[in-house]
Write a protein that binds this ligand. Structure first.
Ligand SMILES: [Zn+2]
Length: 191
């Protein structure tokens, strides 16, 4: 079976305001009845988290099974990524060309990801990195690139939900409003 997670990442939160925004998001989720304020042992790999509230169903697309675990709020710079697997390609924010790291059959393309791996390590260490597009040969901020399957998100605030049904777009939009209309990305996967 394994555990599924969905991480809602605030792409515009900064090192300075992530804690305040995370607190505000939690207050809203508790007020809406989506999670509970009290912490319990409900998150794989973390000591405690916030278990589902009685109105959890309004956050999800198809409430056909009950979430079994809770919410862990990650504050601070972090490369958020989907679980198993990888991104097959990245999409340039300037020319929209795809840079492929694997073939359609998931065979790795030699050297294709070297510069991107380096940029990801740099961003993780410093919060700033650029990646060059092999098609248009322009540098763009790593955070502006899009990834196959939304595999990566780079940010300072992530709401990590374990073993919940897929969230509804409406819920993500409402949450984004609570976060000062920031852009949010949903990264999901399985461990
Ligand atoms: Zn390009």
């Amino acid at each position: 079976m394994g555990d599924h997670f969905q991480i809602i990442v605030d792409l515009d939160a900064t090192a300075a305001d992530a804690a305040e925004l995370g607190g505000r998001a939690l207050d809203w989720l508790v007020r809406e009845g989506i999670v509970r304020a009290g912490r319990t042992d409900c998150v794989p790999g973390a000591r405690t988290g916030h278990p589902p509230g009685e109105k959890w169903a309004k956050a999800v697309l198809e409430p056909d099974w009950e979430p079994t675990d809770g919410l862990d709020i990650k504050k601070g710079r972090r490369v958020f990524l989907g679980g198993q697997g990888d991104a097959r390609y990245a999409i340039c924010p300037r020319c929209a060309a795809r840079t492929w790291f694997y073939t359609e059959r998931w065979e790795p393309i030699e050297e294709a990801s070297t510069a991107f791996d380096e940029a990801i390590r740099t961003w993780d260490a410093t919060g700033e990195a650029k990646a060059r597009c092999p098609s248009c040969e322009q540098d763009s901020d790593l955070t502006a690139w899009r990834w196959d399957g939304d595999y990566y998100a780079f940010g300072y605030l992530g709401l990590e939900f374990w073993n919940w049904p897929v969230f509804a777009p409406r819920f993500l939009a409402d949450l984004a409003r609570v976060l000062d209309d920031h852009r949010v990305a949903a990264v999901g996967g399985k461990l």
